[in-house]
Design a protein around this ligand. Structure first.
Ligand code: CO
Length: 177
């Protein structure tokens, strides 16, 4: 089921998410809804808090270029209670976010990450990456801590963003997109 995605500056996006304790049907339904919502909104990642659920859950599904950007459900990485074990290096990438729709900007992240996490059945895994997945994991993890990528912009860029965003939201309210 597609759920509503919270949009900045919704205060709930600042909430710190809580550890998942029960790997049950409710969790599975939530994960399935997160996938449906991410696909409907054409995203590559989503954190549970973005649909208003403050739990430490994120999903990532990197489109398959050779298959016209397909994002089959079985390719979804479901990450519960993640913990970074190692982070190093530096990389810059133009990021976007379903909670800040239509805005993209360069963000500096760690190049390499090693992550411990649990799957939907409560099994523990460890993964390493130094490509796009590493960036996406850091972006989504920030959501669990109540942070958005726009907080990483320079002061000047942030000011410009806030000004443009206010105008955009005012327009959306009037209904003339
Ligand atoms: Co995001």
């Amino acid at each position: 089921m597609v759920r509503e995605v919270l949009v900045y500056p919704d205060k709930r996006l600042k909430e710190k998410s809580a550890v998942v304790e029960h790997f049950n049907q409710e969790l599975h339904t939530l994960l399935d809804d997160m996938y449906d919502t991410m696909i409907a909104k054409k995203g590559v990642g989503l954190a549970a808090i973005q649909i208003g659920v403050p739990k430490r859950i994120l999903i990532i599904n990197i489109p398959i270029e050779e298959e016209d950007g397909a994002q089959p459900k079985e390719n979804t990485l479901e990450v519960i209670n993640p913990k970074f074990l190692e982070m190093r290096g530096k990389t810059k990438y133009q990021e976007g976010c379903l909670s800040v729709p239509g805005y993209y900007d360069d963000v500096v992240r760690y190049k390499y990450v090693k992550l411990e996490y649990f799957d939907r059945y409560g099994n523990k895994h460890i993964l390493e990456d130094d490509g796009f997945l590493a960036i996406a994991l850091q972006h989504e993890y920030d959501h669990l801590e109540g942070h958005l990528f726009i907080e990483k912009l320079s002061l000047l860029k942030r000011k410009k963003f806030e000004k443009e965003w206010k105008k955009k939201l005012a327009k959306l309210k009037k209904g003339n997109k």
